[in-house]
Ligand binder design. Structure first.
Ligand code: SF4
Length: 392
């Protein structure tokens, strides 16, 4: 007797040469299965949009097909019904009205959309500091001969009037020698964006209270280099001061834990960093197992985002001390602070150095989990590797 299996509109079905994966984005349950010839045939029909996510099968089909259908029903990813019974379902497909190609074709009208994409600016003020090892992978001062003046930063920020720019990070390399500090802080305090002033914990005598008085939107972030956690600036009354500890080894983490246990503030965070030698440490503490990927509870929207955007990088631009602007610090500059911001954004959209980098190459391209897996991260770039999984 014939029956029909219909997958639900929140169900994703992915197949590769040997295996398949069904994921219910409502209850986050999944089903992995081997692609036998019979199951493969069913999946090909299900994946054909014209069949409205339904496939007819024979109730007397072989055990593997019955197990497959039972599995699908058991995770509420689909249901079985009689032939002739009208059930409408559509596979979850991203609507394309606002995709990048569409926007590019709109020419000048694109400008209206462009600013919506820019949500975060990271400005490296520049100056002399110890080293550059971590500035390409996290918020950390850069050592440079150039310095952006307060006037240059303010002019640039004034050229971007956008309610979508929600976060501005200003990273100082040598804040004590920066003459325009209070002028800049006063201006930043007038903006609607959240402002983070970032400095190394090695800096002494920083006028924290005066900077914070410039605006309720301002917070200070002290960054502590691995193994240099001794110069602490933690004071219980500083609600708007965050302390970020970069860790590159288990020992660093133990050291951080001692600090964490001693202080009552919530404003302490850790960021694992790659130092060129600690591959195993990153692998154990940052990389993901298949189970972790499958239990990340992604919604339909999250999966759509993974299909087209890199949600680690999308919307962020970096301004370096020489005024050049980047979307990715390992790629060529998109322009500089004198260029029109629309042109910079359009260039990134066209060249795609980072904002739309998804898992569409190498081993990831054919992986069943690529739309559930986190977007490519800075760790892969720094470590020059393709994947962040440990057992796929
Ligand atoms: S990193 Fe690539 S290969 Fe590994 S699980 Fe994610 S998509 Fe698959």
């Amino acid at each position: 007797m014939k029956k029909i299996l219909t997958l639900g509109p929140n169900t994703f079905l992915w197949v590769n040469e040997r295996k398949g994966l069904i994921y219910n984005s409502k209850n986050y349950k999944s089903l992995e299965f081997n692609l036998t010839p019979g199951i493969s045939k069913l999946c090909n029909i299900l994946l054909d949009y014209n069949h409205l996510y339904s496939v007819q099968y024979d109730e007397c089909a072989d055990t593997s097909i019955k197990d497959f259908i039972e599995g699908v029903v058991s995770i509420d990813a689909g249901y079985v019904h009689e032939v002739g019974q009208s059930v409408l379902s559509l596979p979850p497909l991203l609507k394309i009205q606002h995709d990048m190609n569409f926007l590019k074709k709109r020419g000048n009208e694109f400008q209206d959309f462009a600013l919506r994409y820019l949500s975060k600016l990271i400005v490296f003020v520049g100056g002399s500091c110890e080293e550059n090892i971590y500035c390409k992978q996290t918020i950390y001062p850069v050592n440079s001969l150039d310095t952006l003046s307060g006037h240059e930063i303010i002019c640039f920020l004034k050229s971007i009037v956008s309610p979508y720019l929600s976060e501005i990070v200003i990273i100082f390399s040598d804040i004590q020698k920066y003459n325009d500090l209070m002028m800049l802080a006063n201006y930043l305090g007038t903006l609607k964006s959240n402002i983070t002033i970032c400095i190394s914990n090695e800096e002494e005598n920083v006028p924290i209270k005066e900077i914070l008085k410039c605006g309720d939107n301002i917070k200070i972030k002290y960054v502590y280099k691995p193994g240099r956690f001794d110069k602490l600036h933690i004071h219980s009354e500083d609600a708007n001061v965050v302390h970020t500890f970069l860790i590159s080894s288990e020992d660093n983490y133990v050291e951080f834990e001692k600090i964490y246990n001693k202080h009552t503030t919530d404003n302490l965070e850790v960021i694992p960093v790659f130092n060129g030698r600690n591959f195993e440490f990153i692998k154990h503490n940052v990389f993901l197992s298949k189970n972790e990927i499958l239990s990340s509870e992604l919604t339909k929207r999250d999966i759509f985002i993974h299909q087209v955007l890199n949600n680690n990088f999308f919307g962020t631009l970096y301004v370096m001390p020489d005024g050049k602007i980047y979307s990715d610090l390992s790629s060529p500059a998109l322009g500089d602070i004198n260029d029109c911001i629309y042109d910079i954004i359009l260039k990134e959209i066209s060249l795609n150095y980072s904002w739309r980098q998804v898992r569409d190459s190498g081993k990831c391209q054919l992986c069943l989990y690529r739309e559930l897996c986190p977007s490519p991260s800075i760790y892969e770039k720094m470590m020059n590797i393709e994947c962040v999984c440990v057992d796929v």
